[in-house]
Write a protein that binds this ligand. Sequence first.
Ligand code: BQF
Length: 292
Amino acid sequence: MAVRLDGKKISSDIEQEIAAEVKELIARGMRPPHLAAVLVGDDGPSRTYVRNKMKACEVVGFRSSLIKLPEDISEQELIARIEDLNRDDEVDGYIVQLPLPEHISVEHIIDIIDPKKDVDGFTPSNFGKIDQEHHSLLPATPMGVMELLKRYRIETRGKHCVVVGKSHIVGMPMGILLAGPGDATVTICHIYTRDLATHTRMADILVVAVGKPNLITADMVKEGVVVIDVGINRVPDGTKKKGYALRGDVDFEGVEPKASYITPVPGGVGPMTIASLIINTLEAYKKRHGLL
Ligand code: BQF
């Protein structure tokens, strides 16, 4: 039976550490770190994610601001609002919640985020520094996965890590972190990969970030594999009061007996993403205030 990687517990530990640090800053007469979130439209999951982020700010003693904008806002108007955040000396970091409405180019938006305030680590400048020793802000989800592995003392050096999914936000930066700082051998699989199972069966550490429930089944992994499930899927479930349950991309019940470690969904990688955002915001605050 596998050890469950308890992201909820680890993220809560991290938040307690940061809360203590914030208390010290306040005791020294400084203002608290400030994270802003931009939410365009009212996509259901996005509202939940933004709420999770605002709640984490409260737990650690950060100031937080939620900027809600209408679904039909023009790209130009959104850019103007982001430029306001770039100029605002009271804002240490901010996120633009994705996905954005179809008529807005995510690339145009990410391009104008001030890299010093880019606590999601999505800007070209931060992306380009992922594998540098003096990196700045790392992409929040891959950073959370690395931290989770570290806290459970799961070695990546020399391991064969297979990443499924090549998104700009998770898969690609995950591969860079594992191969670079992680010293692992990395295979990145994606939608065009032929015979996915051949690759996943080679994995010592398997990271799945696709968004397809039950994509990974027991026959696709080897005995002793470490499974990191980044997927967050809503599947209909009549027994739940919301009418759905959260499931990852991995058939948890089938795969767990073969795994040495496995992340649950919920309570695995998700909370670590939020913790990383908080770490990055404190980092941005410290740089802004000359504390690093
Ligand atoms: C948990 C996200 C897909 C697309 C855009 C805790 C979160 C999720 C789950 C959360 C995610 C997923 C976020 C749990 C933020 C992670 O207890 O398992 C927290 O809030 N996430 C996002 O902002 O945008 C997404 C997934």
